[in-house]
Write a protein that binds this ligand. Structure first.
Ligand code: ASP
Ligand code: MG
Length: 447
């Protein structure tokens, strides 16, 4: 068995859907289970429909027209999706009357994207000779907690149920990514871009031989090609390397995707729908070294650096635990922590607005002196090649220094397969390019 996930951009128009259908057909002997995201930018459109409805206006036209056009172009009967579109309109109507938009309602609105996509995709498969059935993930036991917007699937408990319920289908299942239900039967979503994670959960549940993430880039690259045109595709990565890359901002994979895959030892292939003949990147335990300094450089733009200076009466360890507690309370997530005898530096996982940070900062001010710096970027160099390499740090900082870049709050993982540091947003491009030269140096062939 095989799980094949198609991202929104891979199925954004009829021609692309047909390509995806052809790719599924080549895998029929391996019993594919398909997982789909919403077509194109549908989720974005739905979010704005919900917001507009809250302001009193009901305007689902763009979503309706887009899906009718997809259906028409694919010779899928409109009546297959009409009930969903009516229902969407009714929900928007409700929001506009109540002028209230909770996270719970937002989840219901967003869920229409994947529900429409699974119906259209399954019908297109059927129209092309593959007997297929659309399935809402929650109808086969995809249960989550009730944390709307970022719900956590109840793993591993739900796996048995998912596998048992899926085994009842003889046809090719086309399952909704991204959405689930909580114990009360309310629709939930598992975080933006979560369909990758749905795919790996389902793969783990059924014991699939591979998870294929079909997207619109050539797999995982040595660097962001929009910053470094010389970036190259990687053939292989280890689970650990890929986890670090996903964590530090490589956008091809949702960061949680690898957790079920690692637990069940299932390789993950990231491949380009438009270039299906290319192998893409395979993430698996036995990946080889490249012969370069490392494999890839990723960055996360627009994070904040929060420095806390410990008052003399408080030890840094107790300051750290109180600070993390306060930040967690206000849903401010931090990535990297560097500590000294008298201070702690924390890096947020994204840019937060003043309103978002305000309450947390006010409370932190009660326990320490603070400074906040914005428009920073975390750059992270990843590769098993770095393990036990005594000269690597020197080379990295020499390369940055030659560009006049000052790297701050440097940290390295316990496994020594990454080095992360902070620069200004404006220094991303020169830093990535300088480091990429090191990554490609001695690179013999595509690994
Ligand atoms: N459609 C959802 C989103 O846009 C989930 C996904 O694409 O994986 O975030
Ligand atoms: Mg996506």
């Amino acid at each position: 068995m095989l799980v094949m996930k198609f991202g929104g951009s891979s199925i954004s128009n009829a021609q692309k859907v047909l390509r995806a259908v052809e790719i599924v057909k080549t895998e029929l002997p391996n019993k594919p289970i398909v997982v789909v995201s919403a077509h194109g930018n549908t989720t974005e459109l739905l979010v704005s429909c919900a917001r507009v409805a809250k302001a009193g206006d009901i305007s689902p036209d763009e979503v309706v027209d887009y899906h009718f056009k997809l259906a028409d172009d694919l010779q899928v009967e409109r009546k297959l999706i009409e009930p969903l579109l009516f229902r969407l309109e009714a929900v928007l109507h409700g929001i506009s009357l109540l002028k209230e938009l909770t996270l719970r309602t937002m989840d219901t609105v967003m869920s229409f994207g994947e529900r429409l996509a699974s119906r259209i995709f399954a019908a297109t498969l059927a129209g092309n000779g593959v007997s297929a059935v659309p399935i809402n993930a929650y109808d086969i036991g995809f249960l989550t907690d009730s944390n709307h917007g970022t719900a956590r699937p109840l793993l591993p408990d739900i796996e048995k149920d998912i596998s048992r319920k899926l085994s009842r289908y003889a046809q090719t299942p086309v399952i909704t990514g991204f959405i689930g239900k909580d114990a009360k039967g309310e629709i939930t979503t598992i975080g933006r871009s979560g369909s990758d994670y749905t795919a790996s959960i389902i793969a783990a549940a059924v014991g699939a031989q591979e998870i294929q993430i079909w997207t619109d880039v050539d797999g995982i690259m040595t660097a962001d090609p929009s910053v470094e045109p010389a970036a190259r595709g990687l053939r292989e990565l280890s689970f650990d390397e890929a986890s670090e890359l996903a964590y530090y901002g490589a956008e091809v994979l949702h960061p949680s995707t690898l957790i079920p895959a690692i637990r069940k030892n299932i390789p993950v292939r990231v491949a380009n729908t438009l270039k299906a003949q290319l192998p893409g990147t395979v993430i698996h335990p036995g990946s080889k070294l490249t012969g370069g300094m490392a494999k890839s450089i990723v960055y996360k733009e627009d994070v904040c650096l929060l420095n806390l200076f410990s008052p003399r009466l408080l030890s840094v360890t107790s300051l750290m635990s109180s600070a993390l507690e306060i930040l967690a309370k206000y849903h401010v997530h931090t990535h990297v922590a560097v500590t000294s005898e008298a201070s702690i530096s924390l890096i947020t996982d994204r840019a937060y607005t003043d309103e978002e940070l305000g309450p947390a900062l006010a409370e932190l001010e009660g326990i320490a002196k603070l400074s906040l710096e914005r428009e920073k970027a975390i750059i992270c160099v990843v590769g098993e090649e770095m393990k036990g390499n005594a000269t690597i740090l020197g080379e990295i900082f020499a390369a940055l220094g030659s560009e006049g870049i000052n790297a701050r709050t440097v940290s390295q993982s316990a496994a020594e397969l990454n080095i992360a540091f902070l620069v200004d947003n404006s220094q991303i491009a020169p830093a990535v390019r300088a480091l990429h030269k090191l990554v490609l140096r001695k690179w013999k062939k595509i690994p």
